[in-house]
Design a binder for this molecule. Structure first.
Ligand code: AMP
Ligand code: MG
Length: 378
């Protein structure tokens, strides 16, 4: 079965993965740089790029203990969007390996990878000794995919083919808040995106104001756990037109609130603040998803990106999908944040569709993308 080597270095995570055409992850290696950037309160692009060049080759060496070079059919590499210095490390490495090994290299849009991330699945534990020649020895994990609101187990043979079109995809990460409608793999329409900051950025910002570690999303979720929300709220609902998102207003509201109160007040109200902030952000995302579903009825709704690791968002999606009787899919926790498995999967699917564009995969080649902008029906 065709196998792709995936390389992802668009931001601060160095990731290498091996995925087959069914979306089965054979190897998923990542080295994050959270501790390094934490002391600066956010990602420092120069440091991120330099560290990718330290971490990438050792991860590729690990992957090559799982399969040999001649078992790899194609290399998928994130070539957009992202920090240019970071992207270049992955891109040049992929091109060099492609030339040396005589393998095609496919440039993948990072967001396309996130859309496919719910369809990745993996064996429980892959050790360096387990090879592709004895895959039957390992039991498969359950992909988190619904059947009309109910969780179902999909057999390994079926995994990776459960994408149902038309579908709505919401991508919520540290860099993106994008809503797509897909009629098919090649017919992707951008319905809406953020007017300012992303959902992940807003969560990271509040954590920073509260002097909680980076990345902030999981910290906010931890603080919010078990908090009962009072009727009178610190933050009002986010109001935007159509299918556009906006998170800069709530960021500023949180900053003003924190600056205008004493440290004692803050200590007393920190958990409530986090819970309300998280609630408003999740409601905004779900409101737009619901509106998109009214305008573009679909068979399946998927959410990808780091913010879907959030329990409240996952639960809200499942509850909503159950009410609407629509199928949903979210990634397993290890494929929510940036990873190379989603890039390998997108790469191998393009490869199998015959989309090989060697010269077009440089990080500067941004003009042509995998999606078009959809004009909303009036
Ligand atoms: P990505 O850009 O896809 O790697 O996602 C990173 C973003 O996801 C950061 O903004 C994180 O704060 C956010 N994130 C990660 N885990 C959670 C969580 N449990 N709840 C909310 N946001 C999260
Ligand atoms: Mg991402």
């Amino acid at each position: 079965m065709p196998i792709a080597l995936g390389i992802e270095t668009s931001c601060d995570d160095t990731c290498v993965s091996l995925v087959n055409e069914r979306g089965q992850v054979l190897f998923n290696g990542a080295q994050n740089q959270d501790l390094l950037h934490d002391r600066y309160g956010g990602i420092v692009p120069e440091l991120a790029g330099r560290n990718h060049s330290l971490y990438l080759l050792p991860l590729i060496e690990k992957a090559l203990k799982i399969v040999s070079v001649n078992q790899i059919d194609v290399i998928g590499v994130t070539n957009r969007p992202g920090l240019l210095g970071s992207l270049l490390v992955g891109y040049v490495t992929a091109q060099t390996l492609g030339m040396t090994w005589n393998k095609p290299v496919i440039g993948v849009n990072h967001i396309e990878g996130h859309i496919l991330s719910p369809f990745l699945w993996s064996k429980e534990k892959i050790t360096e000794k387990q090879t592709l020649s004895n895959p039957s020895k390992i039991s498969a994990e359950k992909p988190l995919i619904s059947q009309a609101g109910k969780r179902s187990v999909i057999s390994p043979e079926d995994s990776g083919t459960q994408i149902l079109y038309p579908l709505l995809a919401l991508i919520v990460s540290g860099g993106h808040s994008h809503l797509f409608y897909m009629k098919g793999e090649e017919e992707v329409f951008l319905l809406g995106c953020t007017l300012d900051d992303s959902a992940g950025e807003a969560l990271d910002k509040l954590a920073r104001l509260l002097e909680l570690p980076f990345p902030g999303g999981p910290q906010i979720e931890r603080q919010a756990r078990g908090v009962l929300l009072p009727e009178k709220r610190f933050f009002s609902r986010i109001n935007t037109k159509g299918l556009a998102f906006s998170f800069s207003g709530i960021k500023s509201a949180a900053r003003r609130l924190i600056e205008s109160h004493s440290p004692e007040w803050l200590k007393e109200n920190q958990e409530r603040l986090c819970a309300e902030y998280q609630q408003v952000i999740v409601s905004h995302l779900m409101e737009k998803l619901d509106l998109a579903f009214q305008l573009y009825p679909c068979r399946q709704v998927v959410i990808g990106g780091g913010v879907i690791a959030n329990g409240l968002l996952r639960d809200s999606l499942k509850k909503w999908a159950f009410e609407k009787k629509v199928e949903w899919a979210v990634p397993q926790p290890s494929y929510c944040t940036d990873n190379a498995a989603m890039i390998a999967f997108a790469g191998i699917r393009q490869f199998l569709r015959g989309k090989i564009h060697l010269s077009a995969c440089s990080p500067r080649h941004l003009e042509k993308d995998f999606f078009s902008r959809q004009i909303l029906p009036s």
